[in-house]
Ligand binder design. Structure first.
Ligand code: PSU
Ligand code: MN
Length: 312
């Protein structure tokens, strides 16, 4: 089998349940796999991966975790795929630039936000929920470290629910880069851009949206007009799970120094900082991380449901 119709081809595999949901225009929420392989330690990563899929189902939608499996960009993961992603020692972290060799070599690959967006585009999935997106790193004026997530969001017609971005990033520059990329950033029930572990950052979001229906209407307008590109639905961590900002800031500062001292750069930097902050906060950051991803996925399911109604 070579080239198929539409955007499908021999390097994409959509699992049957998801293909059926696409055919009948049911609500689907995509999930990324880097958070499983590189964003959290075992066994919390596996528990989270399974829990997120259940939350999507409880919200009346179909979950589609995206990963690179056996030479395909796979939309939807089986239980054994999730287990492998959570436990295999050498899972590749796959963004756009890594996809070609990961596919050709049949590596097991965990897709970042950018890699997952490519799967969403190919399959036609419009809603994707995660923890935090990548962005402009602190010190980017020296390192030029800007995540591939930003240009990918610029060209993917997908709404990504995230708890803003971690303060391992330069948040004002990240918002500027999103504006340049034409990404519609909406605070979900908030006027402020959330800072991942905490609900506030002191930075205003360009727009505030208060319901899934309003969000879905904006998605419909953007894409019907023919504007390619995504949305960032910035969903603040619920107050009861919010971490102590001072403790997090201190851990991040230490982590950035440790990364510089150890020469950690490029794709290794974000996983390094996540691990470091988790260790420094004795697991408190991980608990907050899990809570906010679950919350994002719940919101993702409501947005996907509202959008599906518009598409019927
Ligand atoms: N931010 C988090 N948790 C994560 C990531 C980012 O709070 O797990 C992951 C996502 O998969 C994101 C990727 O797409 O890191 C960005 O990596 P980089 O900074 O190397 O572009
Ligand atoms: Mn980078």
């Amino acid at each position: 089998m070579k080239q198929q119709s539409g955007k499908m081809n021999e390097f994409v595999k959509v699992l049957p349940e998801i293909q059926e949901a696409l055919n009948s225009r049911r609500a689907i929420v995509a999930l990324e796999s880097t958070i499983v392989a590189h964003g959290m330690p075992y066994p919390q990563n596996l528990e989270t991966a399974n829990r997120l899929e259940s939350i999507v189902r409880e919200g009346g939608a179909i979950p589609a975790t995206v990963a690179v499996v056996n030479g395909k960009l796979q939309v939807g993961c089986t239980e054994s795929d999730l287990l492998a992603l959570a436990t295999e020692p050498k899972v590749l972290k796959v963004s756009r630039r890594d996809l070609p060799l990961a596919l050709a070599r049949k590596s097991l690959g965990a897709t970042t936000v950018s890699g997952t967006l490519i799967g969403c585009e190919l399959a036609g999935i419009r809603v994707f929920a995660t923890g935090g997106i990548g962005g402009v790193h602190r010190g980017a004026d020296q390192t030029w470290d800007v995540s591939a997530d930003i240009p990918e969001l610029a060209q993917s017609s997908v709404a990504v629910v995230s708890a803003g971005a971690k303060s391992i990033l330069d948040l004002p520059k990240t918002l500027e880069a999103l504006e340049t990329a034409g990404v519609t950033v909406a605070g979900f029930g908030t006027d402020e851009f959330p800072a991942f572990f905490t609900a506030t950052s002191g930075l205003k979001v360009p727009h505030r949206v208060d319901s899934a229906e309003e969000m879905a209407a904006a998605m419909h307008a953007k894409w019907t007009l023919g504007l390619r590109g995504g949305f960032l639905i910035a969903n603040p961590i619920p107050a009861e799970f919010s971490a102590d900002p001072q403790q997090i800031t201190a851990a991040i500062e230490l982590g950035l120094r440790a990364a510089a001292a150890e020469g950690v750069t490029g794709k290794d930097l974000t996983p390094f900082l996540l691990r470091f902050v988790n260790e420094q906060t004795a697991g408190k950051s991980l608990r907050a991380n899990r809570a906010l991803v679950e919350h994002n996925v719940r919101v993702g399911a409501t947005v996907a449901a509202a959008y599906a109604i518009l598409m019927q």
